[in-house]
Design a protein around this ligand. Structure first.
Ligand code: ATP
Length: 597
């Protein structure tokens, strides 16, 4: 059989069997049987791109998350806005099957679709999905979904919805799927990031494949760092090796491929960031002295006034300003910390120390625009710590870590100077040490002002909280207004959360489409700020002690001027009265005192 004739229902049955099986071996067997017996024409790509949607870069994005998808499906079914089923789709986080959008939609679809299979082939489904991704308007997407609904049953449609949301939850890793397809599939994918090519080259599954080297123009799966909880653990992992400690820059991991006058900027998930072209391509063409080269590093923003890297999160804005030809104080800056390809061959097999020498030979740095990382490099200010240094003892690691963190950098990465660069490897040749794994610098007390329903495992239950900070009260009084500050979901055990929610429940007001927040909460218009419930009386609410990454970030989402990165609940402060939460002025002071302003 070929992909033109394999029925989509066969794929659905296999996916059901994999999802249902508890034992990993059985899951693998179902997948293997499907691959071994269903395809005889080797068109594996059509099925594998559905099973591993995260690896398929052939199809654009659908632009459909649950909220919009729910509206499109309701329209495709011709449901009246106020009908029970339309409400069910739109309020998918509540009611039966809460938090599981595909199940909620299947429940609605079961009542409307015929029970027999629509006889679509896998190819038909892929064609429809191509059209869905290419459709620009919501109406056009709705029309395609309506056709799909007409030609499938609810069970098949549920899987299609799962593909669109890219959340298969099969309990089987991407690595295993690739391995069941072909023993060389993972290796080949790692150096090409191209699932279609992998399926074509390995279609004869009985033939082993000669290891392929990396090439300019095909992104490579990045080498990653394993996490350690402290200097001691880092030392245990790297003791006896030649170690370099580097600053962990807080930007976007980017792989730059230069092919004469053509430059590509690949993200960690192998997306080609064309928006960096205007700001960076000319710099790369000029400063990289060879025609063919792959650099590995971090894309950041450099502030020309402060002579420092800007806070995380401004890359896109600055890239857009460069595209629009706007003069600003900020510019893109690429910090190259590795070189993977030079001239006419890959250099990943060389040790890091050798690669760093090559990096310096091949790339001419340009202040604030193209920086290089090697022992001794830094921003050039004497009062600033180096970006990279050799370390020989745990004490030296600790010193570098403390200096780096005080400088408000994200943490450090320790690397074995003799190690090869391995695609997709996280085995510990690089280890990362971040302040939030070691100690949180600040513990802040914030008041719960809203609650969000969770999805997935905690579907239908409150899973996250919107926290607020007080407006500084007049002397002796209690605060009367609270500014939204951050959203927190992690840190509490299920039991702690259940007790907390049961205490808050009597005071929760469900948020409808037109519900305004209570007047004593100051919030922005951001959609992140729309919890599912407001806590109606702040005086009945509870304070959470929050720890976070060492730095605060300027907030555009929340009403308080700063928010936290990666906030986590440390403990519930039942012992603290509601009015004793942190106030906004104190937060601002705290931030300024830390940044030395
Ligand atoms: P995190 O969320 O901690 O950044 P991560 O999951 O994105 O982790 P990791 O592999 O765990 O990625 O950490 C390595 C990441 O750190 C790299 O992907 C890169 O983006 C970033 N990084 C910053 N500076 C360096 C550096 N000097 N060397 C290697 N990676 C660095």
């Amino acid at each position: 059989m070929c992909d033109k004739t394999v029925q989509f229902s066969v794929l659905c049955s296999m996916l059901d069997a994999v999802a249902r099986s508890k034992k990993p071996l059985l899951k693998r067997k179902h997948l293997r049987t499907f691959l071994d017996h269903v395809y005889t024409d080797h068109e594996f790509f059509s099925a594998l791109r559905l099973i591993l949607p995260g690896l398929d870069k052939e199809r654009g994005t659908y632009g459909l998350k649950e909220a919009v998808l729910g509206k499109c499906i309701a329209d495709a079914l011709g449901l009246a806005k106020e009908s029970e089923d339309a409400k069910k789709l739109l309020n998918w986080k509540k009611g039966s099957n809460a938090g599981n959008f595909p199940l909620v939609s299947a429940e609605v679809l079961y009542r409307r679709q015929s029970s027999s299979s629509g006889n679509l082939t896998i190819k038909d489904v892929n064609d429809y999905l191509d059209k869905l991704a290419a459709a620009e308007s919501r109406d056009a997407k709705t029309t395609i979904l309506a056709e799909l609904i007409n030609k499938t049953n609810a069970h098949e449609m549920r899987w299609i919805i799962i593909f669109i949301l890219k959340e298969l939850k099969l309990g089987i890793s991407e690595k295993t799927v690739l391995h069941e397809f072909h023993p060389d599939a993972e290796d080949l994918f790692n150096v090409t990031c191209d699932l279609k090519l992998v399926c074509e080259k390995l279609k004869d599954r009985s033939q082993r494949f000669k290891r392929q080297d990396i090439v300019v123009g095909k992104p490579v799966r990045p080498q990653l760092a394993s996490r350690v909880s402290g200097v001691e653990e880092a030392w245990k992992k790297l003791k006896g090796k030649r170690i370099v400690a580097e600053c962990k820059f807080d930007g976007d991991r980017t792989q730059i491929h230069k092919n004469v006058n053509e430059v590509h900027f690949y993200s960690r998930s192998f997306i080609d960031h064309k928006e960096y072209t205007d700001g960076m391509a000319a710099v790369i063409i000029k400063q990289v002295k060879i025609d063919h080269c792959i650099l590995d590093g971090e894309m950041l923003v450099w502030n020309k006034l402060t002579n420092r890297f800007a806070e995380f999160g401004s890359n896109q804005e600055v890239a857009k300003a460069a595209k629009d030809g706007l003069e600003t104080d900020q510019q893109l800056c690429f910090v190259a910390f590795d070189i993977l390809y030079s001239g006419d061959c890959s250099v990943t097999h060389q040790g890091l120390a050798e690669r760093q020498i090559l990096l310096k030979q091949v790339v001419q740095p340009l202040k604030g625009s193209l920086e290089l990382l090697f022992p001794g490099s830094g921003c050039g200010h004497q009062d600033q710590p180096l970006w990279s240094t050799l370390v020989h003892t745990p004490e030296e690691i600790n010193k570098f870590f403390m200096e780096t963190v005080e400088n408000r950098d994200e943490g450090i990465v320790l690397k074995d100077l003799d190690s090869k660069w391995e695609p997709g490897d996280r085995s510990g040749k690089w280890v990362k040490l971040k302040p939030d794994y070691v100690h949180a610098e600040s513990e802040l007390d914030a008041l719960i002002i809203g609650c969000y329903l969770g999805s997935g495992r905690r579907g239908g239950e409150i899973g996250q909280f919107l926290l607020g900070l007080a407006e500084k009260p007049t002397q002796g009084g209690h605060p009367t207004r609270f500014f939204s500050f951050c959203k927190v979901g992690s840190g509490l055990s299920d039991n702690e959360r259940d007790v907390l929610v049961s205490k808050l429940k009597p005071y929760l007001r469900e948020v409808g489409r037109n519900t305004k927040p209570p007047s004593f909460y100051i919030v922005t218009n951001s959609s992140k700020e729309r919890p599912d419930f407001w806590v109606e009386q702040p005086e009945k609410s509870v304070i959470l002690e929050i720890t976070s990454d060492i730095r605060t970030i300027k907030s555009e989402v929340f009403a308080a001027p700063y928010s936290l990165r990666f906030p986590r609940t440390n403990r519930i402060r039942y012992d603290k009265p509601w009015y004793d939460c942190l106030d906004v002025d104190s937060l601002v002071q705290l931030v300024h005192s830390r940044s030395g302003n």
